[in-house]
Design a protein around this ligand. Structure first.
Ligand SMILES: Cc1cc2nc3c(=O)[nH]c(=O)nc-3n(C[C@H](O)[C@H](O)[C@H](O)COP(=O)(O)OP(=O)(O)OC[C@H]3O[C@@H](n4cnc5c(N)ncnc54)[C@H](O)[C@@H]3O)c2cc1C
Length: 302
């Protein structure tokens, strides 16, 4: 029996990846519900870059245009809510919203992104996405040639320093405790004029998210314009795990070439599946998931 709460597909997460999947499915005449609670990971960043046709636009503007594109398709509905549970199996899933209301679908797409875990460091969260940045391809150009820090240690710190040296030669690695570089890495960092500071950081001084100083616990501070950081993350929801989806060692939802998870009928796309965090990658991933779901539905119904 067809009810108002029955859909072909429910997409959980309505940002870059989810809207992109919704666009493909709307154009495939599928009855779709996109549920989103409005917390994309890039919401604090002033401008998005490295995104063809929208380079330098605000994340909110990009999403407004994206949502308008998808709203043009009458079989796609939107719900501003939090998904609290997903149960069931291929062709018969139940999605619980705000712990009370139920919606039903044959297929599920998780486009839920990830939640970055900020270190306990005053000023860090306020600067995140503004002058404390995750990716030089997204924001490195704006800080080219500037006095730049990297908050990282060991192999991660070494690789980041190597990568970011492309954008500036005024680099300091803040290891925030004893450095753990190998002798070879240490020599290479010194050879490339990258300073290493192992003092523990107390807090960041900033003005409206624009970093000015890294302040140490003992004493002293260093003036910088930008700080790169690789943060640990968690999935936004444990629903994929509860459904039985497999995860990679890094904590991403495991998917195949066409975004199928290890659970039949459950697909995933965007940041929750990959370390390659860019808008264009999330959008491409959403398109692929949408097309793959639609193809499966056709296959089952034919
Ligand atoms: C600070 C920062 C700056 C960035 N800058 C750039 C840039 O300049 N250029 C670029 O190309 N990329 C940039 N990125 C990367 C880019 O933002 C991401 O790759 C992209 O947003 C991923 O899209 P997504 O849809 O997978 O996840 P997100 O955009 O994070 O969206 C996930 C959505 O799912 C929703 N959601 C999660 N769980 C639930 C639930 N249980 N119920 C309902 N809704 C839920 C969230 O509210 C959110 O709207 C940046 C990332 C960060 C963190």
């Amino acid at each position: 029996m067809e009810t108002q709460s029955q859909f072909d597909v429910i997409i959980i997460g309505g940002s870059s990846a989810g809207l992109s999947a919704g666009l493909a499915l709307g154009r495939a005449l599928r009855k779709v519900l996109i549920i989103d609670n409005g917390k994309p990971c890039n919401r604090q960043t002033p401008h998005s870059h490295n995104f063809l046709t929208h380079d330098g636009h605000t994340p909110a503007d990009i999403m407004e245009v994206a949502k308008r594109d998808v709203q043009a398709y009458p079989t796609v509905q939107f719900l501003d809510a939090t998904v609290t549970d997903v149960t069931g199996h291929n062709t018969a899933f139940t999605v619980t919203v705000n712990a009370t209301t139920h919606y039903y679908a044959g297929k599920i797409i998780f486009a839920t992104g990830v939640k970055d875990i900020m270190p306990y460091m005053e000023g860090f969260a306020e600067c995140w996405g503004i002058s404390v940045i995750h990716c030089p391809y997204c924001h490195g150009y704006e800080y080219r040639g500037k006095i730049t820090g990297i908050l990282a240690n060991g192999d991660t710190g070494f690789e980041l320093a190597k990568m970011i040296s492309n954008w500036t030669d005024q680099l300091t690695l803040f290891t925030n405790g004893a450095a753990t570089f190998t002798d070879e890495q240490h020599k290479a960092l010194i050879k490339n004029n990258i300073r290493i500071t192992d003092s523990e950081i107390s807090h960041l001084i900033h003005k409206d998210g624009y970093i000015e100083q890294v302040v140490f616990k003992d004493e002293g501070s260093i003036a910088i314009n930008a700080l790169y950081a690789r943060l640990p993350f968690v999935q936004h929801t444990d629903a994929p795990e509860k459904l039985g989806c497999e995860f990679t060692e890094q904590g991403h939802i495991k998917i195949d070439m066409i975004n199928k998870t290890s659970v039949p009928g459950v697909f995933a796309c965007g940041d929750n599946t990959t370390a390659m965090r860019t808008l264009s990658a999330a959008i491409a991933s959403g398109t692929l998931a949408g097309v793959a779901v639609s193809k499966d539905l056709t296959q089952e119904q034919f």
